[in-house]
Design a protein around this ligand. Sequence first.
Ligand code: AMP
Ligand code: ZN
Length: 469
Amino acid sequence: METIKDFHLFNTLSRSKELFVPISPGQVKLYTCGPTVYHYAHIGNLRTYVFEDLLVRALKLAGYSVLHVMNITDVGHLVSDGDDGEDKMEKGARREGKSAWDIAKFYTEAFFSDMDKLNIQRPQIIPKATEHIPEMIAMVEALEKKGFAYRTSDGIYYDTSKFPAYANFAKLDVENLEAGKRVAVGDKRSSTDFALWKFSTAGEQRQMEWNSPWGKGFPGWHIECSAMSMKYLGESFDLHCGGIDHIPVHHTNEIAQSEATTGKRFVNYWMHGEFLTEDAGKMSKSKGDTLTVSHLEKLGYHPMDYRFLLLQAHYRTNLTFHYEGLKAAQSGLNGILQRLREWKNEDEKAAVETPEMAAYRKRFTSAILDDLNSPQALADFFVMLKDAALSGAQRKKLAFEFDQVFGLRLEERAKEELLIPANVQAMALARDAARAAKNWAESDRLRNELLALGFRVDDTPKGTKVSKG
Ligand code: AMP
Ligand code: ZN
């Protein structure tokens, strides 16, 4: 077995940096909360997935093998994030005049396409909530048997007063949470109680509903993640992640219901990514006018420009999105590619190993394994690129090695894009996306724009090929 390096990470459970020790030596079991597929993911959502991708790559750098599960929420997430309001899927279906199933399929694929664009590695297991209803029902039955559940007029609820540690994870001040303030109380016993199973409303035809011991209905959003994570990773596993908004409700509820079901510690390490915000405030997928990766591409940015921007901020700091910042990231990344291209005739595979290279490698690894300090790792990377004591081949070798963690596609882009500026490449990609969506007007517009910029445009089986002259 490869030697494992020390990896310190910030655990939300203890609110401190801890040395990571998995349950099985050398193997990490990781669950990340996946998208609710009723709309395109906005670039804020994608910040969380890039952070989780960096985590997976860092775990591999430390020498671990990683079993990664990410769910698809295709039912049960209500617009309020709590227990009332419409199901986001049914809302999406109404908005687009399609079935909830078609909406789920379309936006799941759109999400995968965004993951690919941002070079986010695919988890090994991607379970859909709608395909795990029996597991969720079984868990609600177990909770009922143990006395943690009760029935109201609209569903089966979890009784948070039966779980004394409920407030600990989010350090909630439950006493002062006025009933009805945080979530509507209805005929719940307490404002923190949450739905495990919701009944279909009489006289209202839901598109997604299932029979259960309690009648027709659908699962609560929180039970989905508990049931699916434990099915694939076991009753206790190593790591669970999401955005910080998940701490006070979703993950608090997951812990309460999972630990009440099994009587065991659910997860040992929790990691949460800070938000990406806009100047105007919160970024929201439900507003409908949100920023997507495709939008950035249409403006001439490469998805890697956005990934590079994200890596410049630590995952636990809030990041405000500005186009000036993205532009600076684009030119910074282009500068790196330019440098790598200058060494195109240098063979990195033949680079001689030196103690200086080992020192750079060590610095890089310790930054990344210090709670994913990507800004520090990037700063060291820049110093390395400029270090004339190393040959081009040596610097290229280190750059491509570090990029296994950064995930900026440096090797591929340094080789492919000779003389073709990144914004032109981005336009070619945007044209491929337009063609895939059968948006011929947009595809023609981009073609004409490329021609006007003096590039040749050819259609190949691999997509749009731009070349000089
Ligand atoms: P959803 O599809 O709404 O369930 O959210 C998917 C993921 O995006 C979750 O892990 C959220 O915590 C995360 N998220 C939502 N908004 C933002 C944001 N503005 N910045 C970063 N992550 C976010
Ligand atoms: Zn979840």
